[in-house]
Design a protein around this ligand. Structure first.
Ligand SMILES: [Zn+2]
Ligand SMILES: [Zn+2]
Length: 104
């Protein structure tokens, strides 16, 4: 059994390849498959929310805020510029809006 290196979702069989149903990652011998294009400015996560809209729709998680001790934060994932680097998970406290990241 193999897992997606990006989102750790179990890979499903797709023809002769194994494919991630979440991000479309393909684990196989055919690199000719469509590759998901990572946006150039994908590292600008903090700015995304500086402007902000749609934060309400983000999932929340029970995690302690390093700043105020609140126990709930919204979170989102972001693929960093290099595909070799792991996906970064960001958290934002629902109370004080302190934002921090977690290198999965
Ligand atoms: Zn995936
Ligand atoms: Zn906080």
């Amino acid at each position: 059994m193999k897992f997606c290196p990006k989102c750790e979702v179990k890979l499903k069989k797709d023809g002769s390849d194994l494919k991630c149903s979440k991000c479309g990652y393909v684990d196989g011998d055919t690199p000719s498959q469509q590759k998901k294009v990572v946006p150039e400015e994908s590292t600008e996560a903090f700015n995304v929310f500086a402007e902000n809209e749609g934060e309400e729709s983000l999932p929340t998680i029970k995690i302690e805020c390093e700043s105020c001790g609140n126990d709930e934060a919204v979170w989102w994932m972001l693929q960093t510029r290099s595909a070799d680097e792991p996906t970064t998970q960001f958290y934002r406290c629902t109370k004080c809006r302190y934002t921090w990241r977690n290198y999965a």
